[in-house]
Ligand binder design. Structure first.
Ligand code: PSU
Ligand code: MN
Length: 307
């Protein structure tokens, strides 16, 4: 398995020295944001993690290798190359065998992080059960990965392009704890509210780290969702964004968009319909998630040292 992994020097040293590490995904760079905001965001987020005492490991696939940590040139490639594919669990074998360039989703990044021995990951939003998923069966592979792979994911909840209620039901069935970070309500990415609750509301990085430790000490396999609401000053109005989402979903249906193209199509539409306002919110929440993930990673490493 190790033959498929390739580490940057920074990440390699962090692993050797048991330093806290935070994984980052590349789909958010290649398919989630336009250039040049995507590359600016990617570099800023890495720096935020360093400033908070952890080491960033941005993950992507290139030349038949799973890259754990990317150089600035590689990041630039993910931010600009239009051939970059979106890589979830089912895409790994082909992507590695073909040597193509691929950006990892939440599911893909969790797989790679676990292979590398990293259990903390910061992103924007997770995939979930799509609206009308009971008809289309469009359920993100992110959810199955959360059920099975031992990585904690700090996110701003799930976009309400999804059926948040069914997404939370899926997570419950599969034993994935959903922690609200300083919130009782599961956030909906652009907004701090969704109308749905969380399983546990925790206020401190040490508390979240303790939950991670006991989950994995007990070998209760699988991930955790740490839902961290977008900072209030960057949040969008829940009802306004709902109108935009309904319109974007309608267009996706009319154009018969299916499979892995659904999420990128809707994300791009929402961005277009909010004339860029959603992009600012998106960047603000990812930065905040990176900071919280670094704080939790540091706290988790402290627990491991004490044991
Ligand atoms: N949700 C967002 N922004 C994103 C994604 C989801 O708000 O960029 C990306 C993530 O990489 C996520 C993927 O893992 O989309 C889910 O895609 P799908 O629904 O096709 O599983
Ligand atoms: Mn899907």
């Amino acid at each position: 398995m190790k033959q498929y992994l390739s580490f940057t020097e920074e990440v390699r040293q962090a692993l050797d020295n048991n330093q806290p590490i935070v994984a980052l995904e590349t789909t958010i760079i290649s398919h989630g944001m336009p250039y040049p905001q995507n590359i600016e965001m990617a570099k800023e987020v890495e720096q935020i993690i360093r400033d908070n005492g952890a080491v960033p490991a941005t993950i992507g696939i290139m030349n038949g290798k799973i890259k754990i940590g990317l150089t600035d040139e590689e990041l630039q490639e993910f931010a600009t190359n239009k051939q970059v594919e979106k890589v979830s669990r089912r895409d790994f074998p082909y992507m590695l065998a073909s040597g193509k360039i691929g950006a990892t989703t939440v599911a893909g990044t969790m797989i790679a992080a676990q292979l590398a021995g990293i259990n903390m990951f910061a992103t924007g939003g997770i995939g979930g059960v799509h609206r009308e998923g009971e008809i289309t069966w469009d359920v993100s592979a992110d959810l199955t990965e959360l059920a099975n792979t031992d990585v904690a994911v700090v996110c701003a909840g799930a976009k309400s392009i999804l059926d948040i209620g069914r997404t939370l039901e899926y997570l419950e069935t599969n034993g994935v704890p959903v922690v609200g970070y300083k919130t009782d309500e599961f956030p909906s990415f652009y907004s701090r509210e969704s109308g749905y609750g969380v399983d546990f509301n925790l206020d401190k990085p040490e508390q979240v780290a303790a939950v991670m430790a006991s989950k994995w000490d007990l070998e209760l396999r699988g991930g955790m969702v740490i839902a961290n609401p977008v900072p209030a000053e960057a949040a969008l109005n829940f009802n306004e964004i709902e109108g935009v989402i309904v319109q974007a979903l309608e267009e996706a249906k009319q154009q018969e968009i299916t499979g892995k193209n659904v999420t990128p199509f809707i994300l791009a539409k929402v961005k277009e319909l909010t004339s860029g306002k959603s992009l600012e919110t998106n960047i603000a929440l990812v930065k905040h998630n990176a900071q919280v993930a670094a704080n939790i990673a540091v706290a988790y490493q402290d627990i491991q040292k004490d044991n």
